[in-house]
Ligand binder design. Structure first.
Ligand SMILES: NC(=O)C1=CN([C@@H]2O[C@H](COP(=O)(O)OP(=O)(O)OC[C@H]3O[C@@H](n4cnc5c(N)ncnc54)[C@H](O)[C@@H]3O)[C@@H](O)[C@H]2O)C=CC1
Ligand SMILES: CC(=O)C(=O)O
Ligand SMILES: [Mg+2]
Length: 601
């Protein structure tokens, strides 16, 4: 461990466990300036003299060696002065300035970057992840300086098997893949959507301790239907409409085959695909290799954990979940994913004849069996005439009418439409049949949230439980009470799902593994927290919750006989681990950023 001369102002956290602090020597195949220009190995002025000698760095750096802690403090000081200097400027200017300073560090020195990210995750997640990542994607072609990740375009057909070998890392464990067709609630951003896989993988490194040398953000550029981008002279993607049908699928197939030829055990997360391709690709690949769709499956688990927390917050037994009236607004990949998992949970509680009280709306209002050309995925949740006639509802009923007549326990938005939980809707939630109504405004980024928490607490009442997809500050209710704002975001699950799948060596990711993840998150919170309306852990604890979720997923894979082991830990060894041993095993396998010795080969 390096020597730590702590300055009073330092926010640097000492390494918690010696085991993670002592890192094995890392073999580099580069020397001199090539190392300084490689963010995986670069330590900037932190290279000790012995390494400068060994690696041909003498003379390429100023003579004084600066410690990791000093570098850390220097960066944080620059960050804080940037905050001060941009005070009063528009939010978007400040957010992009913060993103730029972090991105420059990411480009230069990954060890330092991930250390500041981990130690300041609460402040930095909103920059590298939602909401700022959305703004970054919208402006990506203008912000682009250096490439990150890989780009496979429709023009690369037939070439992908060789292209995959252009990636410099010999081992890849985790891939996040998008086609840019539905980036957060911002629509089709084409190639600019690469910001999302980058942000998600930053969360993988920070939360799950995936080694940053083993992550790969990927953009599948099959064109865009965003006219503004097609006309933008700086747009960096293919200037053509999106491929459709078999042409589209053949590109995804080719990419998937190439990846698995090179890294057969890599876990692939599909992210921000428009609903039709999200469902189709999940069906197509989920039994063939280790992949999942975060928007459908990760979101579902986080929402279910929050919904179960809501039942606890009402002082009801968990089995009462089966009686909750839940209005879901948005029948896309996320909304349908949530309802499917919620239905599975109700079925486990009440048996296969479960009859949950779910109401689903899309842009055309309440979905009923009378809907023409109904999406088959929405059919199980479409209301039959007899189920709603007593309420005076019919096909296509608007949101305010549905909320007034149903008096739901929970109103959950995954519509991507900012502000649709307007005053009339929120006031109607005050008449909910629940003593503790819940409002989940889960759409991202901030401006796309269905409502803001201030309005929710003001109009729906102080007793509500509130969650949003992007971060908002808690609400001062003005009477000494605080309205707690939860962040119902799939970031609480996807890192653990990926990590558990990876360390188990699972052949694929089953519903049981996903349920284990959701249950783990749901049971993480104490009764006291739940009573205070706190449904999810603080993001400061994201590494801890991810270790637990990872272990739960790993154990489920082992129990289901899907595990094949990982590295030198075989299935037998995994089978013999207790729950606590599994959690410790997962923790021990989490990468932590320290400057390890570099040895040239
Ligand atoms: N908090 C979280 O962890 C997550 C949040 N999301 C957010 O959920 C949103 C939706 O994502 P997807 O389901 O993948 O999108 P999608 O495009 O597949 O679905 C959107 C749905 O909203 C419906 N909709 C549109 N306008 C509406 C209106 N005025 N009233 C009622 N429904 C309306 C559409 O008909 C469609 O069914 C996005 O903003 C995304 O950022 C998605 C995944 C995770
Ligand atoms: C959080 C997330 O995955 C989304 O908004 O799409
Ligand atoms: Mg997403």
């Amino acid at each position: 461990m390096w020597r730590v001369a702590r300055s009073a102002a330092s926010t640097f956290r000492r390494t918690r466990r010696l085991s993670t602090a002592i890192s094995a020597p890392c073999i580099v195949h580069k020397r001199g300036a090539d190392i300084l220009h490689d963010p995986w190995f670069n330590k900037d002025t932190g290279f000790p003299m012995t390494e400068r000698d060994r690696l041909g760095l003498r003379g390429l750096l100023p003579p004084r060696v600066i410690s990791f802690e000093q570098q850390y403090d220097r960066f944080m000081e620059s960050f804080r002065s940037l905050e001060k200097n941009t005070e009063g400027q528009p939010d978007s200017v400040v957010s992009l300035a913060k993103w730029r300073i972090l991105n420059r560090l990411h480009d230069r020195n990954e060890t330092l970057y991930y250390r500041v990210l981990i130690d300041n995750i609460k402040d930095f997640a909103p920059i590298i992840y939602t909401p700022t990542v959305g703004l970054v994607c919208q402006n990506y072609s203008g912000l682009f300086r250096r490439p990150r990740g890989m780009y496979f375009s429709a023009k690369d057909k037939g070439e992908m098997m060789s292209m995959i070998f252009n990636w410099p890392s010999t081992q890849v464990d985790m891939i996040v893949l998008t086609d840019g067709s539905r980036i957060l609630g911002l629509g089709d951003l084409g190639v600019q959507g690469i910001g999302i896989p980058i942000g998600k993988l930053d969360m993988y490194v920070a939360a799950a301790g995936i080694n940053p040398q083993r992550v790969l953000p990927v953009m599948l550029d099959v064109g865009t239907n965003n006219q503004k981008l097609l006309e933008d002279p700086l747009y960096l993607g293919l200037r053509q409409p999106r491929l459709e049908g078999e042409e589209y699928l053949s590109i995804v197939d080719e990419f998937v085959e190439a990846v698995h030829a090179r890294w057969p055990k890599a876990v692939v997360q599909f992210e921000d695909f428009q609903a039709k391709w999200a469902f189709e690709t999940l069906d197509r690949y989920r039994k063939k290799f280790c992949m999942f769709n975060d928007d459908i499956q990760g979101t579902a688990g986080v929402a279910l954990a929050g919904l179960l927390g809501t039942v606890r917050a009402q002082g009801r037994p968990l089995t009462d979940f089966a009686n909750q009236k839940i209005v879901v607004v948005g029948a896309g990949s996320a909304g349908l994913g949530v309802l499917k998992m919620a239905l599975q949970a109700v079925s486990r509680m009440t048996g296969p004849s479960a009859d949950p009280h779910f109401f689903l709306l899309d842009k055309n209002g309440l979905i009923t069996k009378d809907r023409k050309d109904i999406d088959p995925a929405a059919l199980p949740f479409a209301k039959a005439h007899h189920e709603i006639e007593g309420l005076g509802l019919q096909e296509g009923a608007g949101l305010a009418e549905v909320v007034k007549k149903v008096k739901p326990h929970v109103l959950l938005g995954l519509s991507g439409v900012g502000g649709i939980f307007h005053e009339e809707v929120l006031r109607a939630m005050k008449e909910s049949d629940s003593v503790r109504p819940a409002i989940f405004a889960m759409s991202n980024p901030t401006n796309n949230a269905e409502c803001c928490p201030v309005d929710a607490f003001k109009l729906a009442g102080e007793d509500i439980v509130f969650a949003s997809g992007s971060p908002f500050a808690n609400v001062d209710l003005g009477n000494g009470k605080i309205g707690h704002v939860n962040q119902a975001n799939n970031m609480y699950l996807f890192p653990g799902i990926g990590l558990g799948a990876l360390l188990s060596g699972a052949r694929n990711i089953s519903d049981t593994m996903l349920e284990a993840a959701a249950e783990c998150l749901a049971s993480y919170m104490s009764d006291d927290e739940i009573n205070r309306g706190i449904l999810y852990p603080s993001i400061d604890d994201i590494r801890d919750i991810t270790a637990e979720v990872g272990a739960a997923v790993l154990r489920a894979a082992v129990a289901e006989d899907l595990a094949e082991g990982h590295g030198d830990v075989g299935v037998r060894e995994l089978q013999h681990m207790s729950k606590e041993e599994t959690i410790e095993h997962v923790r021990q396998n989490m990468w932590y950023p320290v400057y390890g010795p570099l040895v040239h080969e």
